[in-house]
Write a protein that binds this ligand. Structure first.
Ligand code: HEC
Length: 219
């Protein structure tokens, strides 16, 4: 205990004892504040793959289309085709076999509930968390219908959305390969490294893809 605190402790013993009792109960680390259930609820918005956490509300693609056109299309395209470097939403898992595949909602995402979570949490870009639950159900339905995953009049809600089977749901495998099971090598570990391909050959950057298109290397 510092000299100053000792001095204050002599002068104000009652005050210090009263503070320290309350402090250790609510602030075991000596800082921070009590947070109400309502405040926590505002942060607790994650949706599980199984739909856990989805709120009440509902929507259809028909209702979602005009909302999407007003709030999303100028970045993501009217039909989810993407604009410039803003992501597209439409594709099929078969496209992932291409060297130039885009991992998007239609081609890659395994759960429709993640789409709800993402839109509610982060979109529209620059005005996140401004949408109501009904609007998010409707826009989610619109994006799913653009991918022909659900019908335009299919009602999406906390029960039906988790039941939507995304095209790439079975495209994921549980990783049990060497990376996970390998024991760590501490000596004599250097093995010959064989380079099988280079990123530049796959033309991973947009500029490289563009160049490949211009030179007629790809369609
Ligand atoms: C001002 C431009 C802009 C607007 C408007 C906008 N977005 Fe986005 N959106 C982005 C950007 C940028 C990203 C990529 C963010 C990142 O990767 O961190 C993105 C990502 C997404 C993704 C994830 C795509 C993926 O495959 O990773 C979804 C889904 C999405 N937006 C939906 C929407 C919806 C729905 C709306 C309308 C409610 C919307 N966005 C409005 C710019 C925008």
């Amino acid at each position: 205990m510092s000299k100053l605190v000792k001095f204050l402790a002599l002068l104000l013993p009652g005050f210090l004892v009263a503070c320290s009792d309350a402090e250790t109960e609510s602030h075991p680390y000596g800082f921070g504040m009590q947070v109400s259930e309502q405040v926590i609820a505002k942060w607790d918005i994650d949706i599980g793959p199984d739909g856990a956490g989805l709120p009440e509300g509902s929507g259809t693609a028909e209702i979602g289309e005009p909302i999407y056109l007003a709030k999303c299309a100028f970045c993501h395209g009217e039909f989810g085709e993407g604009m410039g470097r803003f992501p597209d939403f439409v594709g099929t898992p078969e496209e992932l076999l291409s060297d130039f595949a885009t991992k998007n909602v239609g081609s890659y995402w395994p759960y429709a509930t993640t789409l709800w979570d993402y839109i509610y949490r982060a979109m529209p870009f620059g005005n996140a968390q401004s949408l109501t639950a009904d609007e998010v159900y409707s826009i989610t339905a619109y994006i799913l219908s653009l991918n022909n995953i659900i019908a335009e009049d299919a009602v999406m809600d906390a029960k039906s959305l988790p039941e939507v089977k995304m095209p790439n749901r079975d495209g994921f495998i549980v990783a049990s390969g060497t990376d996970i099971n390998a024991s760590i090598c501490m000596k004599n570990c250097v093995k010959e490294v064989v380079v099988t391909s280079k990123a530049s050959e796959s033309r991973v950057s947009l500029a490289e893809k563009e160049e490949a298109k211009n030179t007629g290397d790809i369609q």
